[in-house]
Design a protein around this ligand. Structure first.
Ligand code: NAD
Ligand code: MG
Length: 391
């Protein structure tokens, strides 16, 4: 029996994770669930899974949850605040930590899980984008196990050579490059001249995946793929030149590994996050995820095309930040979070997102990403500058 903490249990990944856990009550115990402030969803999750602890980041939401729980038979203890997130991520009572908080807010609790040697099921790519070198060294030093939930990285993980001690360094192991597939988002067929006027509603309507708002906008700008390039760099120890992005509109091939001998290994499946979640929960075993079997004949065709850096400048900016190194990727991530938020609030245009990030990257000098303090300082500075530009 493995004990599981889900950071961000009320979100899209969190809900999918509970769906998989609910299919295997004999294998997994839910130790802790956490959320920002969605009391109703959390209460319903507590009634279904009766976790030991429920954390609401927001203290008012925590009080509401506590009151509601007292009227039920649920025995869950309610906690609140950022320290409580780190506590449930590092507690000796938990084996696995699912990192499914969105954005920079996920960094500290996920880092706490790494420091206490947990199996980390990583969905929160922003944590690696912000602090890749530091994060990977904490994972290594503390014997944590880092498994990628992000579907592309999970696909690559499944196609990588096995049997290595250093599982996160694949350079020099016969891997020529990896190919990340991208659906292209809702605007993949749109003319570049129409992108100025797209609305938040259009941007979050993803053709293949159902996801949280922030990552849906990131998919529309293709910043999501850019963040994934950076994530892949840290997870697999490959240079930016070894990480390629290819458009694949059906989202069936989740990514590929291209070997020196000409072999290209791909992982396929229906676009449903329960597959990579089940894979990381059960690894190295396999369990049922509830995902329908892939019907390739029904799918009919698999298309591949070049990703357009002019139409999707965020992808170019992410490669540039990765090559610039240091805190550049933390600055990129912070500016993107502010810009996406401003776009969702209708304060800036869709096409302003990339412009704003480029300006912040240009104006703010990056530093060496050698300490958490430096990373958080540059993250904060990028947010201030980005917010000024929005205003
Ligand atoms: P979501 O918005 O649906 O859920 C986010 C969760 O985090 C919620 O439980 C919310 O309560 C919690 N949260 C939000 N802000 C918080 C804060 N400041 N402090 C503490 N908790 C907070 O997001 P999602 O789509 O589930 O994505 C979660 C992460 O997984 C993101 O990093 C995303 O990039 C990554 N991811 C998601 C998908 C997907 O299919 N949804 C796929 C790959 C990777
Ligand atoms: Mg992905």
């Amino acid at each position: 029996m493995k004990s599981v903490t889900i950071l961000g249990s009320t979100g899209s990944i969190g809900v999918s994770t509970l769906d998989v856990l609910g299919r295997h009550p004999e294998q997994f115990h839910v130790y802790a669930l956490t959320a920002h402030s969605s009391v109703d969803t959390m209460l319903q999750q507590c009634q279904q899974f009766n976790p030991d602890i429920a954390v609401m980041l927001d203290p008012v939401a925590a009080e509401k949850l506590q009151t509601a729980i007292l009227e039920t038979t649920v025995t869950t203890r309610v906690m609140s605040g950022p320290e409580a997130l780190a506590y449930v991520a590092s507690s000796a009572e938990t084996d696995y930590v699912v990192a499914a908080i969105v954005g920079a807010a996920g960094l500290l609790p996920t880092l706490a899980a790494a420091k206490s040697g947990k199996r980390i099921l990583l969905a929160n790519k922003e944590a690696l984008v912000m602090s890749g070198a530091l994060f990977m060294s904490e994972v290594q030093q503390n014997n944590a196990t880092l498994l990628p939930v992000d579907s592309e990285h999970n696909a690559i993980w499944q196609c990588m050579p096995v049997g290595d001690e250093q599982r996160h360094q694949f350079d020099g192991k016969g891997v020529r490059k990896i190919i990340l597939t991208a659906s292209g988002g809702p605007f993949r067929d749109a003319d570049i001249t129409t992108l100025d006027n797209v609305t938040p509603e259009q941007a979050v309507a993803h053709p293949n995946w159902s996801m949280g708002q922030k990552i849906s906008v990131d998919s529309a700008t293709m910043m999501n793929k850019g963040l994934e390039v950076i994530e892949a760099h840290w997870l697999f120890g490959l240079s930016s030149q070894q990480i390629e992005v290819v458009l694949h509109r059906q989202s069936i091939v989740h990514s590929m590994v291209d070997y020196n001998d000409g072999s290209v290994l791909a992982q396929m499946g229906n676009p449903d996050m329960r597959t990579p979640i089940a894979n990381t929960l059960a690894w190295p075993q396999r369990i049922d995820s509830g995902v329908a079997p892939l019907d390739l004949v029904a799918a009919g065709r698999l298309d591949f095309a070049t990703a357009d850096f002019e139409k999707f400048p965020c992808l170019r900016l992410a490669y540039q930040a990765l090559d610039a190194g240091g805190t550049s990727t933390a600055i990129l991530n912070a500016a993107n979070e502010v810009a996406v938020d401003a776009f969702l609030q209708r304060q800036i245009k869709f096409t302003d997102i990339a412009k704003l990030i480029e300006k912040v990257l240009h104006d703010l000098p990056a530093n060496e990403a050698s300490s958490l303090e430096q990373i958080l300082a540059d993250d904060a500075a990028a947010r201030v500058l980005a917010s000024e530009l929005v205003a």
